[in-house]
Ligand binder design. Structure first.
Ligand code: ADP
Length: 178
């Protein structure tokens, strides 16, 4: 599914984000930037050791913030590492932190002159964020950002790893973009 808002295309696909050809891909990292499983492990495995070398120059990254490194061997020139919240019961600022993770990543992309960016579904794997709620926050944050930063980005893509994630994000986009 794809929509255009102003000059920005918002696209939802099912796939593996390590294969994306956008200028930047976003990693759902942990706060130590130490690598791990899930999409984080896949990005470091595909991108090679240069990404971790640059991660080590940062003193970690708190939830809701983002840092940028090279894309190493990836097609994407940059990886933006952001840290989503670990979901507990919804009362620990999880929604605010998830929104902030998306917004920090988008801000950092624009500051670096990046026009095309791909996101995974942050926090909905090991970090346990309920998928439908996370999809609503992700889509709303991107739509709001694109409206208040007109012309800054030409493509924001979500690369979803499962049919259920693609469906949740598609439902959110249909609802919030209309
Ligand atoms: P978190 O710790 O933020 O929950 P995970 O990596 O555990 O991060 O999961 C985030 C999402 O990324 C999950 O929906 C998972 O299915 C998905 N995912 C895992 N590998 C990939 C990949 N190669 N490309 C895109 N999405 C992926």
């Amino acid at each position: 599914m794809e929509i255009k808002t102003g000059s920005t295309v918002i696209s939802l696909i099912k796939g593996d984000i390590t294969l994306e050809e956008t200028e930047a891909i976003v990693n759902a990292a942990n706060s130590r930037l130490a690598g791990g499983g899930g999409v984080d492990g896949a990005i470091h495995a595909a991108g090679g050791p240069q990404i971790m070398e640059e991660c080590r120059m940062y003193n970690g990254c708190p939830a809701g913030k983002a840092v940028i490194t090279t894309g190493g061997n990836l097609k994407a020139r940059h990886v933006i590492h952001t840290v989503g919240p670990v979901y507990r019961d919804g009362s620990r600022s999880e929604a605010t932190l998830l929104e902030s993770a998306y917004r920090s990543s988008l801000d950092l992309a624009v500051k670096n002159g990046i026009k095309t960016i791909a996101f995974p579904s942050i926090s909905t794997g090991a970090y346990g964020y309920p998928l439908e709620e996370a999809a609503g926050i992700a889509i709303k944050t991107v739509l709001d950002f694109v409206k208040s930063n007109k012309g800054a980005l030409s493509l924001v893509r979500f690369v979803l790893f499962s049919d259920s994630a693609l469906k949740a994000y598609s439902n959110a986009l249909k609802k919030l973009a209309s």
